[in-house]
Design a binder for this molecule. Sequence first.
Ligand code: FES
Length: 150
Amino acid sequence: MIPMLQRTQKVLGFLPPKALIFIAEFIGMPQAKVFGAATFYAQFRFDPPGRHTIKICRGTACHVRGSDRIQEDIQTRLKVKAGETTSDRCFSLETVACFGSCALAPVVVLDESVHGRMTPFKTRKVLQRTVEKEEGASAKKENSPKPGGS
Ligand code: FES
């Protein structure tokens, strides 16, 4: 069951109730058992993820160098807690035990980019650039000539 849940989440980005019901029927298990297993493990999410994922390291090296201040600042500004997604679905916030890059503490990973020696201010700047890049890309798309147009 767990590999099926993992694969489903990898494909869909989260586990919608319909998928859990389908898995339960497929493997011939009570739905309550499948829902119980899925909600037991922190690796599974039940809401669609944001377009970008912010991961804040809460390991010892990062904690000692201020990752808690970064997390508090992001949570306050984006109005989300760890494990949640902003209402506009732009950012999902997660915490991680250790990225294995302790020399760069405190570490924040945005999507696949690792940012080391972060501060609340530097983290805000990285998020701001991401939003600006996204807005720029959508403006460019709107202004581009339409396929087949003259
Ligand atoms: S404690 Fe943060 S990268 Fe190791």
